[in-house]
Design a binder for this molecule. Sequence first.
Ligand SMILES: *[C@@H]1O[C@H](CO)[C@@H](O)[C@H](O)[C@H]1NC(C)=O
Ligand SMILES: *[C@@H]1O[C@H](CO)[C@@H](O)[C@H](O)[C@H]1NC(C)=O
Ligand SMILES: *[C@@H]1O[C@H](CO)[C@@H](O)[C@H](O)[C@H]1NC(C)=O
Ligand SMILES: *[C@@H]1O[C@H](CO)[C@@H](O)[C@H](O)[C@H]1NC(C)=O
Ligand SMILES: *[C@@H]1O[C@H](CO)[C@@H](O)[C@H](O)[C@H]1NC(C)=O
Ligand SMILES: *[C@@H]1O[C@H](CO)[C@@H](O)[C@H](O)[C@H]1NC(C)=O
Ligand SMILES: *[C@@H]1O[C@H](CO)[C@@H](O)[C@H](O)[C@H]1NC(C)=O
Length: 336
Amino acid sequence: MVALPLAVGFAALAALATPAAALASDNHTCAVLPQYYSCELPSTEVHYDTCCTPVEGLVLVTQFWDTYTGLEAQGSVLPKDSWTIHGLWPDRCDGSYGQYCDLKRQYDPTPSPKTVTGLANGTVVPPWTGGDVITPILEKYGKFDLLAYINKYWKSQGSPDWTFWQHEFSKHATCFSTYDVGNDGTNDCYGPEYANATEASIIDFVESVARSQNKYPTWQWLAAADIKPSNKTGYPLAALQDTLTKASGAVPYLGCQGKTRQQLSEVWYYSHSLGRPQDVNYKPIDQVGKSNCNTTAPIWYYEPAAGSVEGGQPGSGGNGTAPGGGNGNPNNTCGA
Ligand SMILES: *[C@@H]1O[C@H](CO)[C@@H](O)[C@H](O)[C@H]1NC(C)=O
Ligand SMILES: *[C@@H]1O[C@H](CO)[C@@H](O)[C@H](O)[C@H]1NC(C)=O
Ligand SMILES: *[C@@H]1O[C@H](CO)[C@@H](O)[C@H](O)[C@H]1NC(C)=O
Ligand SMILES: *[C@@H]1O[C@H](CO)[C@@H](O)[C@H](O)[C@H]1NC(C)=O
Ligand SMILES: *[C@@H]1O[C@H](CO)[C@@H](O)[C@H](O)[C@H]1NC(C)=O
Ligand SMILES: *[C@@H]1O[C@H](CO)[C@@H](O)[C@H](O)[C@H]1NC(C)=O
Ligand SMILES: *[C@@H]1O[C@H](CO)[C@@H](O)[C@H](O)[C@H]1NC(C)=O
């Protein structure tokens, strides 16, 4: 990713010659700059602040439908009546994507695939061995409510949740130009207002993830069309796809598991972002790929195992909780 320098109007030509990092770090006030939809810039000539509009501007809000965590014995259970968070991804406008774009913010204990670029010659991403950093950072800044939220909704399968959060942050967030912190010639989108831009970018991203997920209450949308998890009745792919298309405003990608691709397991909502993904002003865009789910046989939207869900019996009504439905804020992080 190339970070374009901030330059507007007549300043453009002069500023173009200046590496972005040479600019003062505090001139990225998106509130006072023109807003563009990512991937919809008026022309290739337009110069914009990459802290304020993501260069990799096909924004994906992604969720899982899991039936277990694999760590139930350690107390890790799924939220009731809710899909769980996968992540917030920065695809390029053509649907391709980068990964691990800033190795100075590499906190993923198990990078995969193990390259920076995904190209065969890519630099190997060193596994992080320093343990959980996101939990202590959120605690340091008093973000206990945000931490409670991700502990509940951002669930890993078969590994501690923090390993998954850090994987998502280092693999994906570092490729969004709006979370850049000034490493390797990028802009510092945070500036001297923040004592530690790396920590600011982590909190900013986690809040963005929460805010984004709350816009897509998949469980509730399906339930409103009488599509509820069931181990007795399967659903045609078209019913799932049509329901989520009507509710979200564009065709999402649906992912299925199993040899015959009949087990519903994920959804990806595509969008263009008006300004920063942090502000979640998304314009829904149809998926650029194609569902891998079985189109001729019923799709199973399985009930989770009873012991894998918070508070006992799954599917027995109860309170809507995001991202599966409505606002699941434990307390007052407005971003969650
Ligand atoms: C930052 O913005 C101020 C106000 O527009 C301007 O005077 C200053 O030159 C800018 N600094 C840089 C390095 O762009
Ligand atoms: C890897 O390949 C890309 C494209 O072919 C090239 O631009 C880049 O410089 C290469 N990187 C290394 C480390 O060789
Ligand atoms: C916010 O939530 C956290 C975690 O659930 C809790 O420990 C804390 O007491 C809550 N704070 C308030 C003011 O409710
Ligand atoms: C900023 O925070 C990161 C992550 O907590 C830490 O590794 C780094 O040392 C901090 N930098 C400074 C200058 O304190
Ligand atoms: C769809 O499911 C049916 C029934 O299980 C199976 O026979 C068929 O091979 C599946 N199609 C694909 C593409 O997996
Ligand atoms: C529903 O089926 C799934 C997949 O076989 C299974 O993991 C889960 O435990 C079942 N749930 C219930 C409540 O039977
Ligand atoms: C859950 O929902 C029920 C009614 O649907 C309501 O009476 C109850 O107060 C709610 N509980 C919480 C914690 O929001």
